[in-house]
Design a binder for this molecule. Structure first.
Ligand SMILES: Cc1cc2nc3c(=O)[nH]c(=O)nc-3n(C[C@H](O)[C@H](O)[C@H](O)COP(=O)(O)O)c2cc1C
Length: 190
C-alpha cells in the first residue's frame, strides 16, 4: 500500500510535524511506510491560471509538482497535515492544492478520474491551531475536502486540535499523540 503525506507547516519539529511523525509511526508499525513531502522546502510555483491544463489536464510548469503529481496518482492513502494559519490551511499546503487544478480538469472536464487502485483511496487531514475556536479547522476541512475529492479520494478523516500554539505544545495534549498514532494504524487497515 502506497502512503504519501504532505507537511504544510514551515516550522520543523513543530506541532504538525510531531503529529505527522506519530501517524507515520502507526503506519510503519502496521507494516506500511509513508513518504512525506516537506512542502516548505520544495520549489512549487503557485497556480498561474494560465489555462495551460485546460485541454489535456496537464500542468505546463515543470517544478517539484512533477514528483507530487506522480505520487498523488499512484497513492492509496494521502495525508494532508497543516497548521491553522488565518483560519485555514497554510499557504504552503494551499499552493500545492491549487496546482492540482490540472487534476480537476482531468476529472471533471475530461471525465478521467484518477483510478481507484487495489485498496481504494482514503485521506486523512491533520490540523492544529493555537486558538480555542475550531473555525480554522472547519475552514481547512472544507478546502481539504475539495482537494481530496478532486484527486479522487472519496472519503477522509479529520483530526483537529485547538489551543495548541507554542512549538512542541502538542506533546502536552492529553490525547493528541495517541489519536495520531491510532489514526495512522486505521488509515492503512484493509
Ligand atoms: C501566520 C500564522 C497564522 C495563524 N493563524 C491562526 C488562526 O487563524 N487560528 C489558530 O487557531 N491559530 C493560528 N495560528 C497559530 C498556529 O496554528 C499554531 O501555532 C500551531 O500550533 C502551529 O503549528 P506548527 O507548530 O506545526 O507550525 C497562526 C500562526 C501563524 C504563524
Amino acid at each position: 500500500m502506497k502512503v504519501i503525506a504532505f507537511l504544510g507547516s514551515p516550522r520543523r519539529d513543530g506541532n504538525t510535524e510531531l503529529l505527522l511523525k506519530e501517524i507515520t509511526k502507526g503506519i510503519e508499525e502496521s507494516g506500511s511506510s509513508a513518504r512525506t513531502f516537506i512542502l516548505n522546502e520544495m520549489d512549487i510555483l503557485p497556480c498561474q491560471n494560465c489555462g495551460g491544463c485546460d485541454e489535456k489536464g496537464m500542468c505546463v510548469y515543470e517544478d517539484d509538482m512533477l514528483q507530487i503529481y506522480d505520487a498523488i496518482r499512484t497513492a492509496d492513502r494521502i495525508i494532508l497535515a497543516s497548521p491553522v494559519f488565518f483560519f485555514s490551511i497554510s499557504a504552503q499546503a494551499k499552493i500545492m492544492i491549487d496546482r492540482c487544478q490540472c487534476i480537476w480538469v482531468e476529472k471533471y472536464i475530461l471525465k478521467k478520474p484518477i483510478p481507484e487502485g487495489k485498496y481504494g483511496r482514503k485521506g486523512l487531514l491533520i490540523m492544529v491551531g493555537g486558538m480555542k475556536k475550531d473555525t480554522g479547522i472547519q475552514c481547512g476541512n472544507t478546502v481539504a475536502k475539495a482537494f481530496f475529492r478532486t484527486i479522487n479520494v472519496p472519503e477522509h478523516k479529520t483530526l483537529g486540535f485547538t489551543s495548541v500554539d507554542a512549538k512542541g505544545a502538542i506533546l502536552k495534549h492529553p490525547t493528541a499523540m495517541k489519536e495520531a498514532y491510532e489514526a495512522g494504524k486505521e488509515l492503512v487497515r484493509i
